[in-house]
Design a protein around this ligand. Sequence first.
Ligand code: HAM
Length: 425
Amino acid sequence: MQFRQVQGMHDILPEQVGRWQRLEATFRRVVEAHAFSELRTPLVEPTALFVRSIGDATDIVEKEMFVLEREGESLALRPEGTASAARAFVEHAVHAREPVTRWYYLGAMFRAERPQRGRQRQFHQAGCEVYGDPGPWVDAELMELVLTFLREAGCPELELHVSSLGGPETRARYRDALVAHLTPRAAALSETSQRRLATNPLRVLDSKDPADQAVVAGAPSLLDLLEGDDRAHWDELLASLDSLGVPYVVDPALVRGLDYYTRTLFEVRSSAGGLGAQNTLVGGGRYDAMIGELGGPPVPAIGFALGLERLLLATEGAPAPTGRPRCFVAPLGARARREALGLARELRASGAVVEVDTRGGSLKSLLRRADSLGSRLCLVLGDGELDRGVVQVKDLASHERADVPRGALVEDVRRRLAGAPGSPE
Ligand code: HAM
């Protein structure tokens, strides 16, 4: 009997993990520079949390949750991170400790969707959530943050789509206007959209069905209905993006598949990676009512999440962001090998990434190995070098060679690596 991975859930083998780690490290670096702290929540939550926050007429809640019934309790594998983070925010009364909270998370999410390129049943998100800031400036800051990250990750052809749903009142007025437009045309809609017209009419705008799109093309735009504070929020968001020099597309047809959004909505898409309809890398928006609805005080919130599998597809073949430059230590002979271990320890203590050969081999084979590992420096240590109290430093990028006195080695290596691509300095 041979077992296979569950449909839509994938092993990530060691040879693939390097790209994951580089993306995760770049994400952590960018968000931590924006003062976000990491949150880790359980993979499982009460099913009712997702029903309540994501909405019972959404695809996720209607048909995509992995639900576990156990001892009379209904639990679900988390389909996204926002509801779990909000639950933790309320449960630990975080609002009482600080006026503004900035959290980020990385981890596996689960949705029983039909698997295809860029769509899995277990996938990974990197996300940020901000609580306590009503915007709109922080909204612009988050969009700028995610674009900075995507550019640093080497992702090409990015397009930021923005819209606003207004507050609950505007949304209700828009719902009425949309229903008034769609109802006389309902016969031309697909079966799914006819059903959604009754349960969740805004989702009709999201349909990929050409017949639905034809009907929707003439529908009123929600942005035209924005008034008062909602309009001021939207106008100031666009002004902030303009002043940051962030290019965007105003997209009134933007409808996200979760019901918790209020005001700002955004997505980042990329045409790279052959992702087709799955080309939305990032989804985000404001959800000012959720904390209150989950039993907390009325704290406004905004966030986004990006799909790491989609980002990996979109950056395939792009020059990989270099990891930290490495040093390979090549000792020739037993005496040198003993010495090499201590040398590596000193270099690591100074912050270098070091691999030591401990198996032995010819200088030529060790240099080849250093090169295949992508090392920047190879430190050669043979009996001759030991006798003279030096280490031979070979720069594998510039092909320079120097005999460096043992006592000056750590500083010499630090200086050389500091100038190399991928160096933190
Ligand atoms: P979402 O749009 O459902 O939003 O998902 C965000 C991103 O996760 C998508 O743009 C996509 O890259 C990735 N993703 C979603 N489903 C799959 C899947 N089945 N396979 C692969 N990747 C997928 C949310 O999850 C919200 N929690 C975002 C948010 C945070 N809003 C406010 N804060």
